[in-house]
Design a protein. Structure first.
Length: 153
């Protein structure tokens, strides 16, 4: 293991995990609210569609939420722990990159076509909004959640 990574304090890993969990929960609340309100153009939540495709069977909503949570926590930890410059611009750049990944990789894998075009053009902006929210929440929680050093003061 890389020595510089193994010597990092555990609390910073826990904080990164906490930021990710916060982002995951808040984005899920928004997405489920839009889904229940009938506003979402997705045939099903993308994380659930991906989990079902990966496992080859129909799954309950909590399985999709678990996939979403793990994915969001992973990228949040990458941002908090490994991005040398963590500001709004870099958080939004990561969100933009992940949005392009969902359009070009995840949507085709689940059968929705490139950028979701086999389903609807609406999937392009509909998938952009949660990624924008991800970037804003990632930046905000990372910036405003207390660091261990600020708790000692």
């Amino acid at each position: 293991m890389n020595e510089s990574v193994s010597k990092l304090p555990t609390s910073s890993w826990l904080r990164a995990f906490g930021v990710g969990l916060g982002v995951a929960v808040l984005t899920v609340l928004v997405m489920l609210t839009l889904l229940k309100a009938g506003v979402s153009p997705f045939p099903k939540p993308p994380s659930l569609a991906f989990a079902e495709t990966l496992l080859g069977r129909t799954l309950p909503m909590p399985a999709g939420l678990l996939f979403h949570t793990v994915y969001v926590i992973f990228w949040s930890v990458v941002f908090v722990r490994f991005f040398p410059k963590r500001n709004l611009k870099t958080a939004l750049a990561l969100a933009g990159f992940l949005w392009l990944v969902i359009l070009t990789v995840f949507f085709p894998i689940v059968g929705w076509g490139f950028a979701g075009l086999h389903v609807s053009l609406k999937l392009i902006p509909a998938s952009f909004i949660p990624h924008l929210l991800f970037g804003l929440l990632l930046w905000g929680l990372d910036k405003y959640l207390p660091h261990r050093s600020s708790l000692k003061a």
